[in-house]
Ligand binder design. Structure first.
Ligand code: ATP
Length: 291
């Protein structure tokens, strides 16, 4: 079994929002970045994987097991970091740990204490007195202290200073030395994913925009820059989120090779960043195709 997570045709409807047929897979040994603008449905997908909300359709398999039927076995092996605190505010770190640890057969006090030291977390401090970043560190220490094989994190680096953000990224990279593990990591900070993600899944308005190896995506897409005179109907169809720059236009293409053949030397085609891909795609969607 190579897939650590398989999401197939996942559907969920809320009043005014629908997650439509989301499918992606994460293989063992890799980090997947999960991106999309505010309200795209990232947290909803993560909650569905964790069976915190009920799905309306589709299938989710974790370690090859059904996420609902085998929920207890699966959760034992998932380290979960969520953007809302689910700890008891009145307890100290040490006390809270005492409540959480018995839920995990493989709880590792030694690892937990090491993370507390590394993260500068005082065990006697009450959860309510921790800063936002410290709460996130505590959640991360818990998630990493029971030998989980899948780490799922909903915006773990938001609200963290750049020094600690980079420490978190280093920890994830270290974790990947063990090829049986995987990480799913939602974030708005696409530069974090430039550094560590192997795979990217991008959703917008509840729909899948793309999923695949990050390097393939960055190779396939391109930023096209040129004079407006090269634009016609055919070329326009290749371009996403066309923007006037004063000198000409800039746009994203999902097929840089074809754009190169079509435009030849009349345009410049640059390698995009993940942020470019996200910004141009969402812009196209907002301005060119209103609901
Ligand atoms: P962000 O990046 O802002 O955290 P997100 O991509 O995680 O956004 P979600 O939190 O999944 O997005 O929300 C997607 C949509 O689902 C939003 O329109 C939200 O209002 C709606 N939604 C989420 N939970 C509920 C709920 N319990 N009841 C009704 N609507 C909901």
């Amino acid at each position: 079994m190579e897939n650590i997570l398989e999401v197939k045709n996942l559907r969920k409807e809320y009043n005014g929002f629908a997650l439509k047929d989301i499918s992606f897979t994460l293989e063992k040994g890799y980090i997947m970045g999960f991106i999309g603008p505010n309200g795209a449905g990232k947290t909803t997908v993560i909650k569905l994987i964790m069976n915190l909300v009920k799905r309306d359709g589709g299938e989710i398999k974790v370690f090859g097991l059904d996420n609902i039927k085998d929920e207890i076995a699966i959760k034992e092996k998932i380290g979960f970091v969520y953007d809302e605190s689910y700890f008891y505010e009145e307890l100290s770190i040490h006390e809270m740990k005492g409540i959480i640890a018995p839920f995990y057969r493989q709880w590792d006090d030694h690892a937990f204490n090491k993370y507390l030291r590394d993260f500068d977390l005082p065990p006697q401090k009450k959860i309510k007195d921790l800063s936002k970043g410290m709460k996130m560190k505590f959640a991360l220490a818990v998630a990493l202290s029971h030998h989980a094989d899948l780490i799922i994190m909903d915006e773990p680096t938001s609200g963290l200073d750049p020094v600690f953000r980079n420490e978190v990224l280093d920890i994830l990279r270290d974790l990947m030395q063990d090829e049986s593990k995987g990480v799913l990591f939602s974030t708005h900070i696409t530069t974090d994913l430039d550094k560590v993600a192997d795979y990217i899944t991008f959703i917008n308005k509840g729909q899948l925009v793309l999923t695949g190896p990050k390097d393939d995506i960055l190779d396939r897409y391109g930023i096209v820059k040129g004079g407006r005179e090269v634009l016609d109907h055919a070329t326009g169809q290749l371009l996403i989120g066309i923007r006037d720059t004063g000198f000409g236009f800039e746009a994203l293409t999902g097929d840089a090779a074809r754009a190169r053949r079509l435009f030849g030397d009349s345009v410049i085609i640059e390698r995009p960043s993940l942020e470019d891909i996200m910004v141009y795609t969402v812009r196209e969607d907002r301005y060119a195709k209103p609901d």
